[in-house]
Design a protein. Structure first.
Length: 132
């Protein structure tokens, strides 16, 4: 396998992941694939109304998770792990967590794109993140 990480395929990079991280790598790859499908369906509708709309999208997902964990009538919260394993609803807390994570990926990527440092020598190779 080539030691130059930039020339490796996604499969090569995933194969380098330690077995303990396989689940996280699988989640990350699945997130990218789902985001690509959603982008074809909805475009960049999540960016409409600028930063306020993106923030409210994140807040809505966080509020759903918060509500699922809150013990009714108290200021207490249940364990996210027990709620995650017990929640049998079709759109359960695991779906909310996945949606929030994907939205966070979109927002982080957009912020990084807006902070892009243009380097003429990198033309056609995508974008270069500042501070990396």
């Amino acid at each position: 396998m080539n030691d130059d990480i930039e020339s490796q395929t996604l499969s090569d990079k995933i194969a380098l992941v330690l077995p303990a991280w396989d689940g996280i790598a699988s989640i990350a790859v699945r997130d990218v694939l789902i985001l690509q499908v959603k982008d074809r369906q909805y475009g960049s509708s999540w960016k409409k109304r600028g930063g306020v709309g993106a923030y409210m999208m994140l807040a809505r997902k966080w509020d759903r998770i918060d509500t699922a964990l809150k013990v009714p009538g108290t200021d207490d919260y249940r364990s996210i792990f027990s709620v995650g394993t017990e929640d049998k609803r079709k759109e359960n807390i695991l779906e909310d967590i996945a949606d929030l994570r994907r939205y966070l990926l979109l927002v982080e990527d957009e912020i990084r794109r807006q902070r892009v440092v243009l380097d003429p020598s990198e033309a056609g190779t995508g974008y270069v993140y500042q501070d990396e």
